[in-house]
Design a binder for this molecule. Structure first.
Ligand code: MN
Ligand code: MN
Length: 286
């Protein structure tokens, strides 16, 4: 049975603080496609969970959540980004916190750009196995492999990444040359996620956009990904990062689940992470 709306998203648009949207686009994905099916699968799996979040001690149906459905996409990435930026800007202008379910990582750009218009000092924190610091990938400037580079160069230098364990030598050189705040998956193991987040919060004190590329998590927990990368962090690390940053988060996304590559566990975990973001943010703002 497939449900059309995310579980407990029972507010209408005007009343909502949080607006969930799906973006079923995976046009630049290079290895395994299929993240366009993730919004549908995450909505479906969201019905697995109790309304009461024991971890955050909050009832999900007390949170003002609206599900705006899936946004219209095109065949090519540029047109798609233009189409969704209209919605991203509306959500932010209307005072909502957008919760975007991808789709691939390139879709993050219009949401962060919309936040920048409203919050000129916006910071960007990304959890990802990959640098995504390429200048272009196979001729495409808006590839998912370039998203961090685009955000750092075009939107905000208040940037930090966590969980990194893959990139070209040139990307590592670029990060070093530009003194970019980057924590590897090994750093998470040795320093602890709470200490890493505390360090980031010293540097980025204003509003934050948090982007979670699902492949930051070890493929043992989350195998259904476009580009799985072993030696990852745990789901608990991700929940801790979300809850430590929650008071500052003004926009959120979760991208890169390709549901066809397992029997539902990764979409289930994705749905739980979205719910945990909603719960932790609502709790932090109450
Ligand atoms: Mn990635
Ligand atoms: Mn990515």
């Amino acid at each position: 049975m497939h449900r059309t709306l995310f579980a407990d998203a029972i507010s209408d648009y005007d009343d909502a603080k949080y607006v969930i949207c799906g973006v079923p686009f995976d046009g630049t994905s290079c290895f395994r496609r299929g993240s366009r099916f993730a919004p549908h699968e995450m909505r479906d799996h969201s019905y697995n969970f109790e309304k009461y979040s024991s971890f955050f001690d909050i009832d999900m149906d007390d949170i003002k959540i609206h599900d705006d459905g899936d946004l219209e996409v095109a065949q090519d990435v540029e047109t798609t980004l233009d189409l969704i930026s209209v919605h991203a800007e509306k959500y932010i202008t209307d005072g909502k916190i957008p919760v975007m379910m991808g789709g691939e990582h390139s879709l993050t750009l219009p949401f962060v750009r919309a936040c920048k218009k409203k919050y000129p000092d916006i910071g960007f924190v990304v959890l990802d196995a990959h640098m995504d610091m390429r200048e272009e990938y196979e001729g495409e400037l808006n590839s998912h492999a370039c998203i961090s580079r685009n955000i750092f160069e075009k939107i905000t230098s208040k940037y930090a990444s966590i969980g990194i364990r893959s990139g070209m030598r040139e990307e590592y050189d670029y990060v070093k040359a530009n003194k970019i705040m980057m924590f590897s998956a090994e750093d998470v193991f040795s320093m602890g996620i709470e200490n890493i987040i505390a360090g980031i919060r010293k540097n980025i004190q204003g509003p934050i956009y948090l982007s979670i590329d699902m492949d930051v998590i070890d493929p043992a927990y989350a195998p259904a990904l476009g580009t799985p990368e072993p030696y990852g962090i745990t789901p608990r690390d991700v929940r801790a990062a979300i809850s430590c940053l929650a008071p500052q988060i003004v926009g959120f996304d979760l991208v890169e689940i390709a549901p066809a590559y397992d029997s539902g566990g990764t979409a289930l975990l994705g749905a739980k992470i979205v719910r945990d973001f909603l719960a932790s943010s609502a709790k932090a703002r109450s």
